[in-house]
Design a protein around this ligand. Structure first.
Ligand SMILES: Cc1cc2nc3c(=O)[nH]c(=O)nc-3n(C[C@H](O)[C@H](O)[C@H](O)COP(=O)(O)OP(=O)(O)OC[C@H]3O[C@@H](n4cnc5c(N)ncnc54)[C@H](O)[C@@H]3O)c2cc1C
Length: 429
């Protein structure tokens, strides 16, 4: 059997390549089969030649379509964030330069310029003041050399360090090179988050890591519990690296131990919120194909454990429910968080790849159901360091986690540089 055209491959509608590829497939197929119609072995060989010839050419078109594909995948953000006139110009000028756009519709281009000036104190686009790294720039033309962006207020060094700085990243030839390009620019450390936390904990084991009501846990204990958790999740529960666990816990110390344990084992937490109910959780479990779900027993009068039991019964992938609080009728999360017996440090599974997804956050968005946001170890580590620096947090900071711990901001506070945290929120029921 020979497949050709849409049945074999597509690129992206924005590059108008489907008909061309289908026609070229047909031509190549005829050329390959020409003259070998009666010999079955020769037909197989001809089909292999056809496939080899077309695979490379199709891959080239698909590669060429990738930037356009990516633009279309993300242009909804522009729709949500730009006023209509700017969105329209942004949309059209993706494939047409302004001069060509003006040939077709001069009134539209003039109206866009007018709208820009009206919104920016009468300045033309390139002459519009902008603030870069906290410095006022009178226009939008900035010479950049190997060492600095030459802003009007002074040079902005192109390397990370104290104070303001910028980074120069060379676009890689292929998507596969993106990791390296960003790592080279100094943003990514190439280390998994569990290892980063372990390094910090190892350096200050006696310091307080978190306080939750009467529970006070030092960094050494946190790491020991997290490693024990990692080995219990993988050993006792049979979870594997890359498996997902939906975590619906209030701010409590078990949340922290479970999260760090997952990071150590490469198990990926999906950060649900305590306010979610069956509708949202069923979706999250199904969409992430979660194998485990962690819930409080009862929280603010709602029986999460019962809801989890119903989800477990209905889900094709869920195998375990972990319960924080009294009377756990499933896995006892508090017991899973216990320190290992003295002298028997549990084996920690091999570290995850820093390019792997470390955690799934949720985005509310405009639709009813939350969307999953994948954060890799590399990028989430950078996120933690950058936001700690921006907020002026360091190891002497005590952070009151009043926001839900499953939100992005409080999760970042517990890492590099990690403060002595306080987790006083709702306790599992
Ligand atoms: C809205 C739109 C706009 C497009 N614009 C462009 C463009 O601007 N430029 C471009 O290059 N490409 C464009 N394409 C893509 C292009 O049309 C396809 O890539 C191309 O037609 C693929 O050719 P094909 O022969 O593989 O499949 P098709 O053209 O889909 O042919 C498959 C045929 O098989 C028939 N069929 C299906 N099942 C059976 C069956 N069981 N028995 C018998 N017959 C069956 C179908 O009726 C159809 O006639 C566009 C596609 C769409 C949908």
């Amino acid at each position: 059997m020979a497949l050709l055209g849409d049945a074999a491959h597509t690129a992206h509608f924005s590059v108008g390549s489907g008909t061309k590829m289908a026609m070229e497939d047909a031509i190549a197929l005829v050329a390959a089969l020409d003259g070998v119609r009666t010999d079955p072995a020769a037909i197989d060989e001809a089909l292999a030649v056809y496939e080899a010839e077309r695979a490379g050419q199709v891959a080239r078109i698909q590669d060429a379509a990738r930037p356009s594909l990516s633009w279309w995948e993300h242009f909804g953000r522009s729709y949500l964030n730009l006023p209509p006139w700017q969105f329209a110009f942004h949309f059209f000028s993706r494939s047409l330069p302004e001069s060509k756009l003006r040939q077709r519709d001069p009134a539209f281009v003039d109206a866009v310029h007018q709208a820009w000036r009206a919104a920016h104190g009468g300045a033309d686009p390139l002459r519009t003041p902008v603030t870069i790294a906290g410095m006022a720039q009178p226009d939008r033309v900035v010479p950049v050399d190997d060492h600095a962006a030459r802003l009007a207020a002074g040079p902005l060094p192109l390397r990370s360090g104290p104070g303001s700085w910028g980074l120069r990243v060379s676009a890689p030839d292929t998507e596969a090179g993106l990791d390296q390009a960003v790592a080279k620019a100094g943003w990514w450390r190439g280390q998994d988050l569990g290892a980063e936390i372990a390094a910090v904990a190892g350096a200050r084991p006696a310091a307080t890591a978190l306080v939750d009501g009467g529970a006070r846990i030092g960094y050494g204990s946190l790491l020991a519990r997290a490693d024990a958790m990692a080995s219990r999740l993988t050993g006792r529960l049979g979870l594997r690296r890359g498996d997902r666990i939906v975590v619906q816990l209030p701010n409590c110390w078990q949340f922290v131990v479970l999260t760090v344990g997952c990071l150590r084992a490469g198990i990926v937490p999906v950060m649900a919120l305590p306010a979610h109910r069956q509708h949202e959780l069923a979706y999250l479990c199904e969409h992430s194909q979660a194998r485990a779900l962690a819930v409080p027993a009862v929280l603010r009068g709602f029986d999460h454990q019962r809801m989890a039991a119903e989800l477990l019964a209905a889900s094709p992938t869920l195998e375990h429910v972990l319960v924080a609080g009294p009377d756990p009728r499933h896995q006892d999360l508090t017991a899973l968080c216990a320190e290992p017996d003295s002298g028997s440090a549990p084996p920690v599974p091999g570290p995850p790849d820093p390019r792997d997804v470390a955690v799934f956050l949720l985005s509310g968005g405009t639709t009813g159901l939350p969307k999953l946001i994948a954060r890799t170890h590399n990028d989430y580590s950078y996120n933690a360091r950058a936001s700690a620096r921006l907020c002026g947090l360091d190891e002497s900071t005590v952070y009151l986690a009043a926001l839900p711990a499953s939100h992005n901001f409080p999760r970042q506070r517990r890492r590099g540089p990690p403060p002595a945290g306080r987790q006083p929120g709702g306790r599992p029921g």
